[in-house]
Design a binder for this molecule. Structure first.
Ligand code: TUI
Length: 315
């Protein structure tokens, strides 16, 4: 049994969050992860308030365990979804792709635990000051929108900088990653890519198969020119994005437009060539599709064995 400050803080059995992935992390995946003892998270993504309200109700119909909602701060619907999560008093909110400061007082007043995903020490300090109860330190091994630093360097620096628990994210897909994260001073982990291949994840099988088949060098980052780099599996869409990004005659607006709808095409339509198949470098560590419960139990059984065995190196 691996138990950290996070277990008691959030009322969860295993200190693991399932990342809030746009067009992926719906009520079905979140409920499965929460029922398995982790913290399942519904992605509010770029959707209006009605969608989120329905997803929260659906999740509550499938689990009585704590769950979270991820507010992606680049969404134009944030003002309304920020209000929905407060009204619904969801147990936990995670945020990504921006600074949550302006919404924090309302969420804290509603008694919600706020856990921002952060890519740097400065942002971690800032959200801790604003009332976050923990932070997810996400390294650039992660899929989707990423920062500059690696998990190995980011996590211990954030652990040193703040007095709240830190979860490590980016590149973690098995018990070795969990054990390493704890050794870096993290109190838990957040995994996205590993849960893409969960049986309860509702993306098409072809997306899961791409993740399972991915090798070490199969992801690529594009979008630096727009100020929001995105990691996804290499395919013709990512190749074409990189080509247009390198062409100064193409405006940022045109480039943004090329990105619009690309994740939806992959995650909901199963378009593996002209869609954006977001996944982290940990895709290469994902070897099979499994129920969320088996994923979590295998990770923590392995981490526990490793941590118990670590004494062999010390005399
Ligand atoms: O948010 C994520 N991952 C995401 S969001 C997303 S949807 C999207 N799709 C296309 C383009 C852009 C977004 C797909 N994947 N992870 C958490 C995360 N947050 N990574 C980086 C950050 C972050 C970045 C800047 C957090 C705060 C921040 O503040 C600085 C600022 O200037 O806003």
């Amino acid at each position: 049994m691996i138990s950290t400050r996070l277990n008691a803080l959030l009322g969860i059995r295993y200190p693991i969050f399932q990342g809030g992935m746009a067009w992926v992390s719906d009520a079905y995946l979140a409920a499965a992860v929460s029922n398995a003892g982790g913290l399942g998270i519904i992605a509010a993504m770029n959707a209006p308030a009605n969608y989120l309200r329905e997803q929260i109700a659906l999740c509550r119909s499938m689990t009585d365990k704590p769950f979270g909602v991820n507010i992606m701060l680049m969404s134009p619907f944030v003002p309304e979804t920020a209000q929905v999560v407060a009204e619904e008093k969801v147990p936990v909110i995670t945020t990504g792709a921006g600074l949550p400061g302006k919404y924090m007082p309302g969420w804290l007043a509603a008694g919600i635990k706020v856990v921002p995903v952060v890519p740097s020490v400065a942002i971690a300090r800032r959200v801790a000051r604003e009332g976050a109860c923990a932070v997810v330190a996400e390294g650039c091994e992660a899929g989707g929108h990423i920062g500059e630093l690696t998990t190995l360097t980011l996590v211990p620096q954030i652990v040193d900088a703040v007095n709240i628990p830190v979860l490590a994210a980016g590149g973690i897909a098995d018990g070795r990653g969990v054990a390493a994260a704890l050794m870096l001073g993290a109190q838990g982990v957040q995994c996205g890519t590993r849960f893409l291949a969960a049986n309860e994840c509702t993306i098409p099988d072809c997306y899961k198969d791409r993740v399972v088949a991915a090798r070490d060098i199969d992801t690529v980052v594009t979008g630096r020119r727009l100020g929001h780099p995105v990691r996804a599996l290499k395919n013709s869409y990512m190749h074409e994005f990189a080509r247009r990004e390198a062409n100064a005659a193409i405006s940022n607006e045109e480039l943004e437009q090329f990105g619009t709808g690309a994740l939806w095409r992959a995650a909901r339509q199963g378009d593996m060539e002209t869609g954006c198949v977001m996944a982290g470098q940990a895709a290469a560590l994902v070897k099979e599709k499994l129920p969320a419960r088996d994923i979590i139990e295998a990770m923590f059984t392995q981490a526990e064995q490793l941590l118990r065995g670590a004494g062999q190196w010390v005399s």
